[in-house]
Design a protein around this ligand. Structure first.
Ligand code: SF4
Length: 293
């Protein structure tokens, strides 16, 4: 990829960085530390934290914070993951209760080291949340489980409201942006199989732009996702988390994001949520309800 080096000073003015350091953010941070659980919101210093937390939404990072894959855009630690925390379920339940979360997103590092990829661990947490808080929504944002159908079935038997798995990028860039064990086609197949196994489960995916993909490639990705019955797709600007990850190739204008939303609205069945600040979980509670029937 031909990438220029951008510094924060050269970012276009539509990219916002300021995280309001409100008392509420501090309060939630110390609460999570006390309980001993990780959220992606906090680990990735997501600028949308105050908004999400005030909407009673948060994304928990399950199965540790060390990933068995090495995607070149991702700042999560890589290496030999630790055994799953047997008390993680109780910690999540406690956090949901204390934070009063109404929309819970459970995400994970990829665990190729575990026989089931961590599916049982996630499934048990979803089952407990559904049992204790039947009126609250649970979304899982999970790995590809190497396309393993029994792991997908294990997750789906817990009946998450939304099954999310990110393609992350267009097909041509997948070998550069994602780990070599990841595959655009396997990821599409995972979302297709989920609809086959559990047609009533909403499926969702996400891609980042600004990695040198073309508009046609983005549209093709949307068509591919529409073709396998995916309901919601998020498109957001890629931002280099630290100097060790891929450089930003270009900043996509707000008009281009709008174009993707409108094009999908006019040509496809799925709903696209696109914008520079959009992340996989951005306003997930709202879009889950508003998605096109
Ligand atoms: S699999 Fe997920 S968590 Fe692991 S490196 Fe890739 S994007 Fe990051």
């Amino acid at each position: 990829m031909d990438c220029k080096i951008y510094t924060k000073k050269s970012f276009p003015d539509w990219i916002r960085f300021k995280v309001p350091d409100t008392n509420e953010v501090k309060r939630v941070h110390s609460l999570l530390e006390e309980i001993g659980i990780a959220t992606v919101c906090k680990s990735a210093l997501c600028p949308n934290r105050p908004e999400c937390w005030s909407r009673k939404t948060a994304t928990f990072l399950l199965l540790g914070d060390i990933c068995s894959r090495k995607c070149s855009f991702c700042a999560v630690k890589k290496g030999q993951p630790l055994p799953p925390d047997p008390f993680e379920k109780d910690k999540i339940i406690k956090a949901v209760e204390i934070m009063g979360l109404q929309y819970i997103i459970l995400t994970m590092v990829t665990r190729d080291d575990l026989l089931d990829g961590g599916a049982n661990h996630i499934s048990e947490i979803v089952l407990s949340l559904k049992e204790i808080f039947p009126e609250r929504k649970v979304e899982v944002l999970v790995s590809d489980f190497q396309g393993d159908v029994s792991s997908l079935k294990t997750i789906l038997k817990a009946k998450p409201d939304v099954f999310s798995h990110n393609l992350e990028t267009v097909e041509r860039l997948c070998p550069i942006v994602r780990d070599k064990k990841c595959s655009y086609r396997v990821s599409l197949d995972v979302l297709r199989k989920v609809k086959e196994i559990s047609p009533e489960t909403k499926t969702k995916s996400g891609i980042m732009v600004g990695l040198s993909e073309t508009r046609d490639e983005v549209l093709q990705t949307l068509k591919d996702l529409d073709g396998i019955g995916c309901s919601i797709v998020t498109i957001g600007q890629y931002l280099q988390p630290t100097i060790r990850q891929l450089h930003v190739s270009d900043f996509i204008s707000p008009d281009e994001f709008k174009f993707y939303e409108e094009w999908a609205n006019n040509n496809l069945s799925l709903k696209v949520i696109a914008g520079p600040e959009v992340r996989s979980s951005y306003h997930a509670d709202f879009w889950c309800k508003e998605q096109k029937e």
